[in-house]
Design a protein around this ligand. Structure first.
Ligand code: SF4
Length: 382
């Protein structure tokens, strides 16, 4: 009898309990929501966060998630496994309130933001939410939020979270306008999480699922909005900025390594020969280098290969005068023999020119017998 299950709006219900001592289902007002958001943006959860700044005072990888709306447009009959429909008719935050919250967060040192708390970025303030099965996307409000956030030059990374492929498939024209806004404002590595829970029509029907396989195929194959293969999204040679190095070998960024440098040593966790990282805020795409990079640092990379949901890469701006043999071998076009020759030629040149053994990258590569050096010239500098 002491059990109370808040299914609609847990935050508003909890606040009511704290103020009154009574449990009762409540839903937030716009004013309440804005008040909580602003307090959060300048609260200790931000200002004391160990990821806000690095030890040397640069901006760290903290990604601030801002809520855009609550609920799902399928509130009348949503996917059976999901709690979102229980929240009722979606409630939207005002564009200016979202921008004001982020301005407060930026004042407090935040530099990276993801627009989350939206079950589908394409249905923010959509038309016909109550009447239509597929509400019509409204390009203006989301464009106002995205471009308003980009006006503040302190903002570095900007990402969004979920998107509903069936809404895009059924409303291609306005959805395409939103896609264009996303492309022009989001950062490198932004990924929309599109989902298809099951391609089996019986499972789809029994569970009142949302997107079906035809809608997803249409989006992925026919419109070019979605792409399913890492090779298509990130061809070899693509430059990706701001990879934050998280782990050696085992792919887990451990909390203890953030505060204590000794936990970043490859001899404690993982093998030294490999490093994994991600672009800040772009959690789905993992990047690996086949050599050691110091953890909790940031670099840009050139894509050199692909896995199912991962990429291999090599850092840009490597100096041919200091790059290790493993770094050189990671560059397509330079095999192990050529890498060894570069290192060996460098050791000889070092005696004559101790400051700068190679003054020209192309000559150094040619002298080592590298024939295909297009990518190497993008990566290496003298
Ligand atoms: S469309 Fe997404 S948010 Fe809506 S009910 Fe289905 S899974 Fe939940």
């Amino acid at each position: 009898t002491n059990l109370f299950c808040a299914v609609q709006d847990t935050d508003a219900t909890l606040e009511y309990y704290l103020a009154s001592g009574d449990w009762s289902h409540k839903r937030r007002t716009a004013e309440q929501w804005d008040d909580w958001a602003k307090k959060g943006a300048s609260g200790k959860c931000v200002t004391n966060h160990p990821d806000l700044f690095t030890e040397d005072g640069r901006s760290g990888p903290l990604t601030y998630e801002v809520e855009l709306y609550q609920g799902c447009v399928r509130f009348k009959r949503g996917c059976k496994f999901c709690i979102e429909p229980k929240k009722g008719v979606p409630i939207w935050r005002d564009e200016d309130d979202v921008i004001a919250e982020i301005t407060t967060a930026l004042d407090n040192g935040v530099r990276h933001v993801r627009i989350g708390g939206a079950t589908d970025i394409y249905t923010y303030k959509a038309d016909g939410v109550v009447e239509l099965e597929y509400p019509i996307p409204n390009p203006e409000p989301i464009s106002k939020v995205l471009s308003g956030l980009r006006e503040d030059e302190r903002l570095e990374i900007l990402h969004v979270d979920n998107a509903n492929p069936s809404i895009v498939a059924e409303n291609l024209e306005p959805a395409t306008e939103i896609t264009k806004s996303l492309i022009s404002t989001l950062s490198d590595g932004a990924v929309l999480s599109f989902g298809l829970e099951s391609a089996d029509p019986r499972v789809h029907e029994t569970n009142w699922l949302n997107c079906d396989s035809e809608q997803l195929k249409f989006i992925v194959k026919d419109t070019g909005i979605g792409m399913s293969e890492a090779e298509e999204m990130f061809p070899i040679g693509t430059e990706l900025k701001g990879i934050w190095w998280e782990a050696h070998d085992d792919r887990i960024r451990r909390p203890e390594q953030i505060l204590d440098k000794t936990h970043r040593d490859a001899s404690i966790y993982g093998r030294a020969g490999i490093t994994f990282g991600r672009q800040i805020g772009a959690y789905p795409i993992l990047v690996g280098t086949p050599y050691q990079v110091p953890l909790e640092t940031e670099s840009d990379i050139i894509v050199t290969g692909h896995g199912m949901r991962s990429l291999s890469g090599v850092e840009t701006n490597l100096s041919i005068n200091t790059a290790s043999q493993s770094q050189l071998e990671a560059i397509p076009g330079i095999g192990s023999k050529a890498a060894w020759r570069i290192v060996s030629n460098r050791a000889k040149a070092l005696r004559k020119f101790p400051e700068n053994p190679f003054s020209d990258v192309k000559t150094a590569l040619q002298d080592a017998g590298v024939q295909s050096y297009g990518l190497a010239l993008k990566v290496l500098k003298a």
